[in-house]
Each structure stands twice: as C-alpha cells, then as structure tokens.
Write a protein that binds this ligand. Structure first.
Ligand SMILES: CNCC(=O)c1nnc(C(C)(C)C)o1
Length: 319
C-alpha cells in the first residue's frame, strides 16, 4: 500500500528513556522533533500494541515535542506482556508520572482505538493537563463493542474467512464466549497454546483493520513477542471489562472534557471499532470536531484518515 503523502518525513528519536513506574513495571518512552516545542503524547492501541517510528510522523517536528510511550507490558516496556498490576487506572497514573518526569505542564494527547479509550479516560481524570485531544477509531470498551468484534455475529459477517481462522484454536463447546476461552489459554501454562492463540487473536485483528489489508501488518501478528503482548494484554483488559465500574464510564464523564479542543476522526467502514461508538460520543460532545472518513476502515494508516489526523495536529500547533 502507498504511504500517505500527508505524513511528515521519517525522523529518529533524539531522546529515549525507561521510567520505573511500579515494583514490576518499567516503561519505555522516547522524544523526537523539537524538544523545546509543544508537547504531544502518542497513546498506542491494543492495549498492548506498542509504538513505532511511524507514529512520530503525524506531527510537525519543527513545532512539536513528540513523545511516544510503550504502555505496561507493550513494546520495549518490561516485563513484556506482563498482566500483573496492568490496568486502565495504572496506565492513567503512568501518563501523569511521565508528564512530571519530563517536566511538562500540559500536552496534546493523541490516540486511536484503545489509544482513544486511554486518551479519553486520561483527559477525564486530568482535564487541566490536556491542551487538545486528537482521537481516531473510537473504542469505549462497552460490551456491545466487544461482542461485535470478538464474538460470533458481528465482524464475523464481514470477514467470514478470517473469522474461520480466529475460531480454530477454540473447541466448539467454548465458542459461546471467545473472550473467556482465549483468556483461559492466553494466561495458561501451555506455552505452545499461548503462542498459537496469540497469533490467531492478533491475526484476526490485523486482518480486519483496513479496507485493503496490508500483508506486512498481518505478518506482524505472526511475530511471537508482538502477538503475545498484543493478545494477552488486550484479552486481559477485555475480560476485565476495561476495569471500569460501569460500561458507560466514558460517556458518563464527557462533561469533564467538553471544554477541551478536540477532533474525532472515524473510518466509515471501521470493522474493529464500528462507527456507532464515535457517533454516540459525537452526539454527547458536539463541541468536538467530528469527521467520518468515507473511504477508510479502522487503521490510522488509511490514506484519508492519516491526512485528517495530520491536519488536526497541524491545527493544534497554535495552541
Ligand atoms: C480494540 N483494539 C484495537 C486496537 O486498539 C488496535 N491497535 N492496533 C490495532 C491493529 C494492530 C490491529 C491496527 O488495533
């Protein structure tokens, strides 16, 4: 697939570090662009997806102090794929620890999919620390969203071929609750079964993330280390319902962030996080800019989505 012309050029990280945030977890972070510039933090998806050099390119490096963070157990953070003491509220606290460590007062917060979930929850907990929100592929971890994508009868109708591969590791008598069945195996003691299930789970998600699926992105789902982190951490959060007390937590707390400049970008044909969630968020948060991308699925790498995300970041340069 062609690369989006909207992206800023490839740049290297100019500062990298590891921040110990608990007895167990140490987080990888990096900075690039203008270290005296306007801070923006990029919150990756999954959870468990980790960051990449590509993620620096949504932001003008002349203007932005670009900060990428691998959340607990993801990417270069350690211990890899660790589920202990790994939950939504710990991640929110980690983001604050990193902000203080980097001596940042306020920052733009950018996140897609699970990254949009975490961005919203972080902003609702610390609205005074958020200059603007740039959100893509809205995911609020409600049961209807999880059921749509991870259980029979939703996305399985659009990608029946990929779905047949996703169900293979799970015996027939457990296929009424795939999240529970995968959770049992992804947290079990059988290493071979853990990896086999991690690859099947990750391949399902990577195979459905774009209108025209990029074989390179599916190949990533077959890398043991990445697949184990992505699948184990995702399934752990979903099995625990996002660690929210109520499943409408984000919608119920929108009033805490309605004053914050924000842009919501949603792929019309997003099969992973269908448009319903973004639309419901938009209806309770009319102040946020909202745009459906007519020719896009879930991934931020869809050409129209990338262009709109870069445009949003450019618009917030003046804040
Ligand atoms: C509900 N989880 C989807 C998510 O947050 C996500 N992050 N990256 C991905 C792909 C690797 C599949 C693009 O999905």
């Amino acid at each position: 697939m062609p690369e989006s012309p909207a992206l800023y050029p490839k740049i290297a990280a100019t500062d990298e570090g590891f921040l110990k945030v608990s007895d167990i977890h140490t987080l990888y972070y990096e900075q690039s662009g203008n270290l005296q510039g306007k801070p923006v933090i990029y919150l990756h998806g999954g959870p468990g997806g980790g960051v990449s050099a590509h993620d620096r390119r949504y932001f003008d490096p002349e203007v932005y102090r670009i900060i990428l963070l691998d959340q607990r157990g993801a990417g270069k953070s350690t211990p890899t794929a660790c589920l202990e003491d790994n939950n939504t509220w710990a991640l929110v606290a980690d983001i604050e620890k990193l902000r203080e460590h980097l001596k940042i007062e306020k920052w733009v917060v950018f996140g897609g999919s699970w990254g949009s979930t975490l961005s919203l929850v972080y902003a609702q907990e610390h609205p005074d620390r958020v200059k603007a929100l740039i959100l893509r592929g809205i995911f609020m971890l409600r049961q209807s969203e999880l059921k749509w994508f991870y259980e029979q009868g939703g996305a399985s109708n659009i990608f029946p071929d990929a779905w047949d591969e996703y169900v293979k590791p799970i015996p027939e008598n457990e296929r009424d609750n795939f999240i529970a069945a995968y959770h049992k195996r992804l947290t079990g003691s059988d290493e071979e079964e853990r990896i086999r299930c991690a690859k099947a789970w990750s391949t399902w998600e990577c195979s459905t993330s774009k209108l025209y699926v990029d074989p390179a992105e599916i190949a990533k789902a077959s890398e043991d280390i990445w697949a184990l982190a992505f699948a184990r951490i995702e399934c752990h959060y979903f099995f625990n319902k996002g660690f929210f007390k109520t499943e409408t937590h984000i919608l119920d707390n929108v009033d805490k962030i309605r004053h914050i400049p924000a842009t919501i970008v949603q792929g019309r044909y997003d099969v992973v996080c269908p448009a319903t969630s973004a639309w419901e968020l938009h209806k309770v948060w009319p102040e946020a800019k909202f745009e459906f991308m007519a020719d896009a699925g879930h991934s931020a790498k869809e050409l129209a989505t990338t262009a709109r995300l870069v445009k949003a970041a450019d618009e917030y340069k003046t804040l």
